[in-house]
Design a protein around this ligand. Structure first.
Ligand code: PLP
Length: 219
């Protein structure tokens, strides 16, 4: 099936309140244009250089999401245009995003990445630490960033019960914090292999790459 058909399928399949981020990392410009021509506007990338190159060459009404781990020294390259940063997992990174956002007179929306997977390699804030961070004077004092939600990645496993229970942890945390922090509205969880479970578990934003664009030869 073509990229356009895959996208069409997704859009008709997912509930209205779930936003689809088309993850175009490693995919060439023509593939993104094909998706763009169906009317899709939200794309996700996980490497700063690649994201900036694509931003420069592709239509300016694309809403770019940074979904990968963001190094502090690279925030400056994205600050003028990025729509949403999914992977914020430290106060220091947030301070840098705020500083760069200020330079461009923007407020940059961010998600806190929460560590829900058992694997050691995944980045993220521990679930039990998220509330304290949101409540800290440090975070509250940053005028040019807005934490609008949480993001998480489940373990890379075929055990779907485990995936579901990890999503549940994030879901419960999110819906609890939402009653206390009114800016929280986005729960980013779910990828090609697990978006159905993520949606059942309350996801409002799925990040789908290979199920739209086909397999990647490298990640
Ligand atoms: C690559 C990536 C995705 C999309 O993965 P697929 O399995 O291709 O859908 C989603 N989220 C993050 C953070 C990624 O790096």
């Amino acid at each position: 099936m073509s990229i356009a058909q895959n996208l069409q399928n997704f859009t008709s399949q997912i509930p209205n309140n779930v936003t689809l981020v088309a993850v175009s990392k490693t995919k060439p410009e023509p593939a993104i244009r094909e998706a763009y021509e169906t009317g899709h506007r939200i794309f996700g990338e996980n490497k700063v250089q690649e994201l900036v190159d694509k931003y420069e060459r592709l239509p300016k009404d694309i809403k770019w999401h940074m979904i990968g781990h963001l190094q502090r020294n690279k925030v400056k390259y994205l600050a003028s245009f990025i729509e949403l940063i999914h992977g914020v997992d430290s106060f220091k990174t947030l301070v840098e995003i705020n500083k760069q956002a200020l330079k461009h007179n923007r407020i940059i929306d961010c998600l806190f990445q929460v560590k829900i997977a058992e694997e050691e390699s995944k980045f993220g804030i521990k679930p039990q630490d998220v509330r304290e961070l949101l409540n800290s004077e440090g975070v509250k004092s940053l005028s040019n960033v807005r934490i609008i939600g949480l993001m998480g990645m489940a373990s890379f496993t075929i055990d779907m019960d485990q995936v579901r229970s990890e999503f549940k942890v994030l879901r419960q945390l999110f819906y609890k914090l939402k009653t206390e922090f009114s800016d929280l509205k986005t729960l980013s969880m779910g990828m090609s292999g697990d978006y159905n479970i993520a949606i059942q578990e309350g996801s409002t934003m799925i990040r789908v790459g290979s199920a739209i664009f086909g397999k990647r030869t490298y990640s």
